[in-house]
Design a protein around this ligand. Structure first.
Ligand SMILES: Nc1nc2c(ncn2[C@@H]2O[C@H](COP(=O)(O)OP(=O)(O)OP(=O)(O)O)[C@@H](O)[C@H]2O)c(=O)[nH]1
Ligand SMILES: [Mg+2]
Length: 244
């Protein structure tokens, strides 16, 4: 969230950590980058490591492309606990084997707290499918050398973009004012994935959304597609990781 108090916590973490991990969502890597955070990190002279989370939901070949553009970066799935050993190795490589305090930052809902739980092997950080969950600063010991600081998700201060935030899950599906616009836009971006998930046909996003409504019985009393209801459902399925 873009509330100033959240930024205060994040700024504290940027100050006190030696290494910063920016967590990104594998399904929307570029959209979940927070350039403002990256610039702050750079200005403070701290090392930045990109961690691409939710890799279990993304397409392997797209992830391979990213490997070439983001440095250094590690792919993980907090849900399946994949990639955590490589990540710990990478952290120690960057700290030259010394004890290190790592700040975990990023957009709301990308899985920062889940990452910490996967790393520490315990439910130390609280998580939720609703964005804006983590509020204060939490310090968690991963092992004898690695200590991590969880932070609330932050959006770039000037970014007021319901469309993008709805698609990335930074804005919870329940709070999106115009779900139809966001759902149509999401379908346009991920049309094959979404058609496959709901097992529907359609040549464009409008046809696909309508087909999903009929398939899932999201209908008005008159028996037509209920576009608002079906849009909320699609956004919910997307944000909660049902659609791969
Ligand atoms: N499929 C999948 N889902 C994940 C993964 N990591 C996190 N999630 C889900 O994403 C949602 C958000 O996870 P959190 O760890 O609470 O995210 P956060 O970045 O800490 O969120 P805020 O504190 O609200 O900013 C939860 O529903 C998690 O279960 C992953 O690797 N794969
Ligand atoms: Mg959190």
């Amino acid at each position: 969230m873009s509330m100033p108090s959240y930024w205060k916590h994040v700024n504290n973490v940027l100050q006190s950590a030696e290494l910063i991990i920016e967590v990104l969502d594998a399904r929307m890597i570029e959209e979940t980058r927070n350039i403002e955070l990256e610039e702050k990190t750079q200005k403070l002279g701290k090392k930045l490591l990109f961690v691409i989370n939710k890799s279990d939901l993304a397409n392997k070949s797209e992830l391979e492309k990213t490997k070439k553009t983001l440095h250094p970066c590690v792919f993980i799935s907090s849900k399946d606990r994949l990639g955590t050993t490589i990540l710990k190795k990478k952290i120690l490589e960057l700290s030259k084997g010394r004890s290190v305090v790592v700040g975990i930052v990023g957009y709301p809902n990308v899985g920062k707290s889940s990452l910490i739980n996967a790393l520490s092997g315990k439910g130390a950080a609280k998580t939720s499918s609703v964005s804006g969950y983590t509020q204060g600063m939490q310090k968690i010991k991963v092992d004898n050398k690695i200590m991590v600081l969880d932070t609330p998700g932050v959006l770039p201060k000037k970014e007021k973009d319901d469309l993008k935030h709805g698609k990335t899950g930074a804005l919870s599906y329940e709070k999106i004012k115009d779900p139809e616009t966001v759902a149509l836009n999401l379908i346009r971006d991920k049309i094959e994935t979404i058609k496959k998930h709901y097992d529907v046909k359609g040549k464009d996003e409008d046809e696909v959304l309508e087909a999903i409504a009929y398939k899932t019985q999201k209908l008005t009393k008159g028996g037509e597609a209920n576009l608002n209801a079906v849009s909320v459902m699609v956004l919910k399925d997307w944000q909660t990781g049902k659609i791969k």
